[in-house]
Write a protein that binds this ligand. Structure first.
Ligand code: B12
Length: 210
């Protein structure tokens, strides 16, 4: 087994100390930084995504894997020019107005970052106006909105309407998620898609942005 495969395995098992040490060793041995990312760290995280989706891995394990991956990325990043960092696009994400739940959203952020997206996490309790301002500032390819309360999910519709009013709706893909959200609700409010979990959210963004 090559060391890059070993690195992928360390990410899958969530062994962040091991992943950190092996990433450093690979750097010291002169392995190409992009190889370390693509064939080691991200290769491992891709497997995690598939297993999570299949119900073979659970939230705490995925978080450990994401930590292992980001520990490695932090070491490799300074060696890579920004333009060479693999980027699948920019996604702006936030939990909607009135809602403070962010555990699932953080998981979505980690999964998306692992898949090479640049993710701007606006945090929680994000008003339609704040989403609009952030779209103007960051010009993302996609927006992700999260809601865990039936009382706050309507803020997703308000956000889409606010983007329409500003003439920004067609410049971004809009994906939504959270426990009370469904595909039919996404269709009802004019979002581009819904995903039930972090792995599916990542796949959806890849598909929509491609
Ligand atoms: C943890 C929790 C809290 C924590 C939140 C901590 C935090 N930092 O997030 C605290 C204690 C603060 C909290 C507070 C409240 N909560 Co609460 N909470 C929960 C609980 C137990 C778990 C939520 C969770 O983290 N799940 C785990 C994650 C991994 O799953 P997830 O969030 O669904 O995310 C996944 C997917 O939905 C999807 N996804 C998520 N976001 C996005 C975004 C996009 C773009 C996409 C594509 C996908 C996606 O991917 C994620 C990962 O796979 C749920 C019960 C439940 N089983 O859902 C209640 C629950 C959501 N809470 C509830 C309530 C009522 C409240 C309070 C109003 C309670 C109160 N009276 O004060 C307050 C509201 C505070 C507020 N204004 O937001 C209710 C909501 C009922 C309803 N239908 O509206 C629930 C369902 C509990 C219940 N059965 O009554 N809560």
């Amino acid at each position: 087994m090559s060391s890059l495969n070993d690195l992928a395995e360390l990410v899958i098992s969530g062994n962040y100390n091991g992943a950190k040490e092996l990433t450093q060793r690979l750097i010291d041995n002169g392995t190409e930084p992009l190889e370390i990312i693509n064939q080691g760290l991200m290769a491992g995280m891709n497997v995690v995504g598939v297993r999570f989706k299949a119900g073979d891995m659970f939230v705490p394990e995925v978080m450990m894997s994401a930590k292992a991956m980001s520990t490695g990325i932090e070491l490799v990043k300074p060696l890579i020019a920004d333009r060479d960092m693999p980027s699948a696009g920019t996604v702006l994400i936030g939990t909607v107005k009135g809602d403070l739940h962010d555990i699932g959203k953080k998981l979505v952020v980690m999964m998306m970052e692992s898949a090479g997206f640049k993710v701007i996490d606006l945090g929680v309790d994000i008003s339609p106006e704040a989403f609009v301002e952030a779209v103007k500032e960051h010009k993302p390819q996609a927006i992700g909105m999260s809601a865990l309360l039936t009382t706050t999910m309507l803020s997703m519709r308000d956000t889409i309407e606010a983007l329409e009013e500003e003439g920004l709706r067609d410049s971004v893909k809009i994906v939504i998620g959270g426990a009370p959200i469904s595909q039919s609700f996404a269709e009802e409010i004019g979002a581009d898609g819904y995903a039930p979990d972090a792995a599916a959210a990542t796949d959806l963004c890849k598909k929509l942005i491609a």
